[in-house]
Design a protein around this ligand. Structure first.
Ligand SMILES: Cc1cc2nc3c(=O)[nH]c(=O)nc-3n(C[C@H](O)[C@H](O)[C@H](O)COP(=O)(O)OP(=O)(O)OC[C@H]3O[C@@H](n4cnc5c(N)ncnc54)[C@H](O)[C@@H]3O)c2cc1C
Length: 485
């Protein structure tokens, strides 16, 4: 069969495009090299829905950021994922940094970012009493989401509307045969499609190289984070950013409250050679701690529970001599129907819904007759979580399924029923990471010490999984050796 559209990459961008296309009568498949969606940059970022004042006026980034930010609260409602309107302070230590805030304000106003103002002294402390700084840009329209849950929800809606998801399917070669592309995956399967959408994130330049020579190159720039224990909503309500370094690598080390009640600190910015090197380092952790405590001294009393890293796909053109600051979203001239999205760095998460619409209208609509599928849904019910239930809801859940009363993860209050629901996810992802992202088990203070054996037991004994086949995420990330029943 020849698919109308084949999407390469199951990050937030590929999944947003899949969801958008799934509302039309089209045959669509998505190939992802890992065992689930949201395993690349989309799982390791700040999760901030930016308000659109950091991006250059007139750029695709500015356009999609503003469009995405305006739509996020409604989309999250439709998808049953949490959205928290944290608002944001960009804090200037002293008057010397004030011109930077004024520039941001002007740029934000030009871009159409709403709810921006510059505040000073006591007005900052009225919002966040423990934040240090003389001036701040205050954004009332900045929010946070859980990026993995958002990506999963997009994929689940697309799947329910008929998009086929193929995991552990790393694209190895692409051949053009007239008007059809033949895309071969690592397991030997070959997929034919008349439109290919290359949304492979950090590997999008290499995917493009499979069909033609070009001068776009991704330079990985790692950002490391620290995660603080849950501290309750009043500890820090607002996302707090410093005035960033002038080298353009990132937005500076910021403090971000998450939808789960933790605080994340980071990210650093360091160019590295290996696109998969997600290591975190002691020297960066020490710097993160120091800079975070400078912004908010009371952080020194909170437990730091884990670290992680994400990698920015920084885009360079013409031999890597200069950084290209906008997203590239284009159809190949030499290979019609081959669409590439390259350099989708921040604010790519915020922009994903608007990018998906743009790709559909700009590149798919001229080639395919888009007929709405009347049966397609845009919504998905929120997963049931005991951590979000009051006593009455909990009792009702327990009556409907006693597995809601069996606690598997003590740190984040996750029941066996939730682990089972995650293992039965409609996309068919059966990895530990898939369970972690869907339930938040293994993410708490004990970092899986208590719940991992219980989850393994459920996977092996109740779901009949061969212990040797249990992986964390990728096919080569096996976790069980020497198992004895
Ligand atoms: C440190 C950091 C902080 C950030 N903070 C924010 C923020 O607060 N707000 C915001 O809006 N944006 C933020 N971003 C940007 C945002 O995370 C990205 O723009 C977004 O996640 C990119 O999504 P994607 O789908 O393009 O890429 P990815 O999520 O990387 O998805 C690409 C997918 O392609 C798959 N793939 C790769 N090669 C192949 C192959 N050969 N075959 C099959 N599949 C393949 C990968 O496994 C991956 O799943 C941040 C990014 C970083 C690194």
């Amino acid at each position: 069969m020849v698919y109308d559209v084949l999407i390469i990459g199951g990050g937030v961008v590929g999944c947003a495009i899949a969801r958008e296309l799934s509302s039309y009568r089209l045959q669509v498949a998505l190939l992802e090299k890992e065992g689930d969606v949201a395993e690349g940059t989309s799982k390791a970022n700040s999760g901030v829905v930016h308000a659109g004042f950091n991006v250059k006026t007139g750029s695709l980034k500015a356009r999609f950021n503003i469009e995405g930010a305006n739509r996020f609260p409604a989309i999250c409602e439709e998808l049953g994922v949490p959205y928290r309107l944290t608002k944001k302070l960009v804090v200037a230590k002293d008057r010397s940094e004030l011109p930077y805030l004024e520039k941001l304000l002007e740029q934000g106003n030009r871009n159409g970012s709403r709810g921006l103002s510059i505040i000073a002294g006591g007005a900052i402390q009225a919002i966040e009493p423990d934040v240090r700084g003389e001036f701040a840009l205050y954004s009332e329209r900045t929010g946070v989401i859980a990026p993995t849950e958002f990506t999963i929800a997009l994929a689940e809606v697309a799947h329910a509307n008929g998009v086929e998801f193929r995991f552990n399917s790393e694209v190895k070669t692409i051949k053009r045969m007239g008007s059809v592309y033949q895309v071969a995956a690592a397991d030997g399967s070959v997929y034919s499609a008349s439109i290919v959408i290359n949304s492979a994130g950090l590997y999008s330049d290499r995917i493009l190289s499979m069909v033609e020579e070009h001068d776009r190159s991704i330079h990985p720039c790692r950002g490391e984070y620290f995660v603080l224990d849950r501290v309750g909503e009043t500890f820090l309500r607002t996302a707090v950013y410093p005035v960033p370094p002038a080298d353009g690598r990132g937005l500076g080390i910021h403090l971000t409250p998450t939808t789960e009640g933790n605080i994340i600190i980071g990210p650093s910015a360091e160019y590295i050679d290996d696109r998969d090197d997600l290591a975190t380092t002691k020297s960066v952790m020490d710097t993160l701690k120091r800079e975070a405590i400078e912004l908010m001294p009371k952080l020194k009393d909170v437990a730091f529970i884990r670290s992680y890293a994400g990698i920015r796909p920084k885009l360079f053109v013409a031999g890597g001599s200069s950084i290209f600051e906008d997203f590239i979203i284009e159809e190949s001239r030499a290979n019609p129907g081959f669409i590439s999205l390259i350099g989708i760095e921040s604010p790519g998460l915020t922009s994903a819904p608007a990018i998906a619409e743009y790709v559909t209208e700009q590149f798919v609509a001229p080639k395919k007759t888009l007929i709405r599928n009347p049966a397609a849904s845009t919504t998905r019910p929120a997963p049931r979580r005991i951590a979000d239930m009051d006593a009455e809801e909990l009792a009702a859940a327990y009556r409907s399924d006693p597995a809601f009363g069996e606690i598997v993860c003590r740190c984040n209050h996750v029941s066996k029923a939730e682990i089972e629901a995650a293992l039965e996810n409609p996309l068919g992802a059966r990895t530990l990471s898939a369970v972690k992202k869907r339930t938040h088990a293994m993410m708490g203070r004990c970092q899986s010490g208590f719940c991992l054996p219980k989850i393994l037991e459920i996977m092996i004994e109740e779901y009949g999984m061969d212990p040797g086949s249990v992986v964390f995420n990728a096919p080569d990330s096996k976790v069980v050796i020497g198992y004895e029943a």
